[in-house]
Write a protein that binds this ligand. Structure first.
Ligand code: ZN
Ligand code: ZN
Length: 152
């Protein structure tokens, strides 16, 4: 099965979605529209705090991964239900001796992802004009753009 799952990430009131750095574990937020902009695709993200870079999928938060898994599971359940429903109908029609009963599987609940509104600063990158939010706490001397990695 090589289907691609697509779903929309919604984000907080300003449309920002939480990501998690796989290196330092810090959270930051990216603007959902910019992250999902098909006109400007990218493969790697930079952590705004430590500046390290990795494939963008490594930055997905556990909430997003959980939702993707639930959607994938439901997708498979739906396919199974359809296939077995069809099989059931064709077996049960021509007065056959074998009867088939299939109880459709229940789909699992997919919780709506809603990002909590926390107090962060929005930064705009001078280089690519894209936006991100970081927790601006004392001690942070440098902030890197999540998309192009330049320091701001
Ligand atoms: Zn980091
Ligand atoms: Zn940038």
């Amino acid at each position: 099965m090589d289907e691609i799952f697509r779903f929309t990430i919604q984000g907080d009131n300003e449309g920002y979605v939480t990501f998690e750095c796989p290196f330092c574990g810090s959270e930051f937020k990216l603007q959902a529209g910019e992250y999902q902009d098909s006109e400007r695709p990218f493969d790697d993200l930079f952590c705004p705090y430590c500046g390290l870079t990795k494939n963008k999928n490594s930055f997905l938060s556990s909430d997003i991964i959980e939702k993707a898994q639930a959607l994938a599971q439901n997708y498979i359940i739906e396919k199974l239900n359809k296939a077995f429903g069809k099989m059931q109908r064709s077996i049960n029609q021509n007065n056959s001796v074998i009867k088939m009963r299939y109880k459709p599987l229940k789909k699992i609940n997919v919780k709506e992802l809603k990002d909590k509104d926390t107090s962060e600063c929005i930064f705009e990158c001078d280089c690519c004009q894209r936006h991100f939010k970081v927790l601006y706490y004392a001690g942070v001397s440098k902030i890197f753009c999540s998309y192009c990695g330049v320091d701001i």
